[in-house]
Design a protein around this ligand. Structure first.
Ligand SMILES: CC(C)(COP(=O)(O)OP(=O)(O)OC[C@H]1O[C@@H](n2cnc3c(N)ncnc32)[C@H](O)[C@@H]1OP(=O)(O)O)[C@@H](O)C(=O)NCCC(=O)NCCS
Length: 144
């Protein structure tokens, strides 16, 4: 069974490095990681950390109200399709709702767009390129 728990920024680094920064020379520590309003969630399978997601205050103009940005969303290849990614986002939605946050947004890798659409996110704007990573879309979810 997969369980979602709050984790520290430090605990996200190993999976960020192995999944999101594998052969990609970009920082794995993000500005805002240690901000007091930031929270990091971990998905645990048999007590092992298998998925991560970080949520930090940051805004884009296309969405109104109080916003959070999702960053560093990743699950280990061996647990993909088991629901860990979905559980991380669903937990965040309920935390953000309690905080009266209006919207959650992210820069979604093109390959992950279907994952976010499945969770109710919508694309805004055109496809754009992130150097060393590839094609992305801005996506947002209206929390409340
Ligand atoms: C994208 C990622 C986080 C999804 O994690 P996951 O643990 O496999 O997701 P889940 O098992 O919770 O999937 C939830 C649903 O989304 C679907 N889904 C998962 N990845 C998908 C994708 N890339 N495209 C379309 N649908 C996807 C699943 O089939 C599942 O559908 P269901 O609810 O109908 O069964 C994971 O594949 C990953 O870490 N990828 C590499 C890093 C990455 O691209 N991160 C996102 C950066 S923006």
């Amino acid at each position: 069974m997969i369980k979602i728990k709050n984790i520290s920024a430090q605990e996200t680094y190993e999976i960020r490095l192995s999944v999101l920064r594998n052969n990609i020379d970009l920082p794995f520590k993000f500005e805002g990681d240690e901000d007091k309003r930031t929270f990091h969630l971990g998905a645990f399978y048999e007590e092992k950390l298998v998925g991560i997601a970080s949520f930090m205050r940051n805004r884009i103009d296309v969405v109104k109200g109080q916003q959070y940005q999702l960053r560093g969303m990743a699950t280990l290849p061996e647990v993909r399709g088991m629901g860990a990614g979905k559980m991380l986002i669903e937990e965040a939605k309920s935390i953000l709702k309690e905080k009266s946050i209006t919207a959650l947004w992210c820069n979604a890798r093109k390959e992950a767009v279907g994952f976010y659409e499945n969770l109710g996110f919508k694309i805004t704007g055109e496809e754009f390129e992130v150097s060393k990573v590839g094609a992305h879309f801005k996506m947002y979810y209206i929390v409340s």
